[in-house]
Ligand binder design. Structure first.
Ligand code: ARG
Length: 509
């Protein structure tokens, strides 16, 4: 039976566009929801038959036509304003007027909202997967580089020594919250609008819970006008994706800066060369990760601006809202995957990092802490060390030490940082009138001047001391495992729904 043969058309040609036809069409973006639409059609047809809105034979006919349409693929669809209309036309072409029963008790408005939510669930889980890969790579770095001392910065100025592990876990922590945001977005997207029809419900006795269940949704969007009109779930998803992109952009920027200083060696797979300068090895992949934040925030802005001020219920503006979410999902997932690969394969040259870690008197805070721990008011300690830092900066290059203090209280302490110790002694005398040895144990102060010891002493919870990082790493591993389970549970629920729907469909064939 042919749809054309018995004169069936999905809709008459009125309003089909003319010169505006391609402008009206969403076919260019709808391949993304082709599989989702077939699932939505099947669930809807099964429910219509169960509710005796159509009979089982009609359902079987439509369901087999849908198999055929799926087999032929998206590119074989007839011309249509969108994938929903094109699939319906393809069904009617195959089975004639009975195919027109598929669209009973629904509208493209609830249909498209359901398709978008179905597809978005998969995209969000893919994004979470990529973020987990990046978090896993950062945890590996933390494990391997717990003792690798490096400079830490504020205002891009050397601030305090830290470790590569502590740096890595700082991004893992942010990405753990980003993971939570993506999972939240998943859970709120995971409600079915189907059965809302255009916006105002339907006279047919539809079972919305049943189609929700067949499609693996946790429940339904209760209000039918809300169900058809709302896209806040898209905005939330893109906000969560933007947050991931912003986090990754900071990480990428750090790595670009570290590469500039020779603090990190990127694998060749994640580097690029210059077409003219033969010696160049550039961190291009990380620069592109950094740039992705612009795309994601752009998508968010486009989406929010499109949604802003839309009246209830459905408006065609929504058609242009959706692709922003697809773009953001693809871009951010790709960026997180590339960042994961770059982090997993990077080398951290310990010697260069250790040498740089003490630059710019960045042990100063630890020295002030050591003086304060010996009983001095922290403000006085701060003043002494600030003066010592100034003097040591002035002495840099000449290495001239204040002669009169060399043999007085600190001369017994030798080592790499003895010049700085002398500067602290001189400053102590200037500020308090007393030598350092009268105020604190010079050995303790000397230890604080050593970047590795300085780091090891900052063992407060969440701090950079190797022991603190190892303790934090246990929590990180637990949270990674919990998030892996969260994805696996959601994937399993979706897969189970796919199987259930397939079994229901098969029972009609
Ligand atoms: N392609 C449309 C979209 O993406 C489907 C819904 C069309 N509905 C309508 N009333 N014109 O939003």
């Amino acid at each position: 039976m042919s749809g054309e043969g018995d004169g069936t058309v999905v809709r008459r040609d009125r309003f089909s566009g003319g010169p505006a036809r391609s402008f009206l069409s969403s076919m260019g973006a709808d391949h993304r929801i082709f599989a989702a639409d077939l699932a939505v059609d099947r669930a809807h047809v099964v429910m219509l038959a169960e509710q005796e809105i159509i009979d089982d034979g009609e359902a079987a006919t439509i369901l087999s036509a849908l198999d055929d349409v799926e087999e032929a693929g998206f590119d074989a669809l007839p011309d249509g304003e969108d994938v929903h209309e094109a699939i319906e036309t393809a069904v009617v072409e195959r089975v004639g007027r009975v195919g027109g029963k598929m669209h009973t008790a629904r509208s493209r408005n609830d249909e498209v909202a359901t398709c978008i939510r179905c597809r978005l669930r998969e995209d969000l889980l893919a994004a979470v997967d990529a973020v987990l890969a990046l978090r896993g790579a950062l945890a590996e770095v933390a494990e391997a580089e717990a003792e690798t001392v490096m400079p830490g910065y504020t205002h891009l100025q050397p601030a305090q020594p830290t470790t590569v592990a502590h740096w890595a876990l700082s991004y893992e922590g942010t990405l753990a919250r980003d993971t939570g945001r993506l999972l939240d977005a998943f859970d709120r997207a995971n409600e079915s609008p189907l059965g809302a029809a255009a916006f105002a419900g339907t006279t047919f006795d539809v079972d919305r819970e049943r189609t929700a269940d067949l499609l693996g949704f946790d429940g339904v969007v209760a209000n039918s006008m809300d169900a058809s009109a709302s896209r806040d779930f898209l905005l939330e998803a893109v906000a969560a994706l933007s947050s991931v992109a912003v986090t990754c952009s900071g990480l990428a920027e750090d790595v670009v800066l570290f590469a500039n200083r020779g603090f990190v060696e990127l694998d060749d797979d994640y580097s690029s060369t210059s077409s003219i300068m033969p010696q160049k090895k550039n961190p291009d992949t990380l620069e592109l990760v950094r740039a992705t934040a612009g795309d994601a925030v752009g998508a968010y802005t486009s989406l929010a601006t499109t949604l802003k001020g839309l009246p209830r219920a459905y408006n065609r503006d929504l058609q242009r809202a959706t692709p922003h979410a697809w773009q953001a999902a693809d871009d951010v997932t790709d960026a997180a995957e590339v960042a994961a690969g770059a982090v997993a394969t990077a080398e951290w040259p310990a010697e260069e990092l250790a040498a740089a870690a003490g630059e710019g008197f960045s042990t100063a805070t630890g020295v002030a802490d050591a003086l304060a721990a010996a009983g001095m008011p922290f403000r006085t300690a701060h003043e002494i060390v600030a003066l010592a830092a100034e003097q040591s900066e002035a002495a840099d290059g000449s290495n001239a030490l204040p002669e009169s203090h060399v043999d007085d209280g600190v001369s017994g302490v030798s080592g790499e940082h003895s010049a700085d110790l002398v500067a602290v002694d001189a400053a102590a005398r200037e500020v308090t009138g007393e030598p350092l040895s009268a105020l604190a144990d010079p050995e303790v102060v000397a230890a604080a001047l050593d970047p590795a010891t300085n780091v090891a002493q900052r063992d407060s919870a969440g701090g950079p001391a190797p022991d603190a990082v190892r303790a934090a790493l246990d929590d990180v591993r637990a949270s990674l495992a919990a998030d892996e389970r969260a994805i696996a549970d959601r994937e399993a629920a979706l897969a189970a729904a796919v199987d259930d729907l397939a079994a229901e469909v098969a029972s009609y064939e």
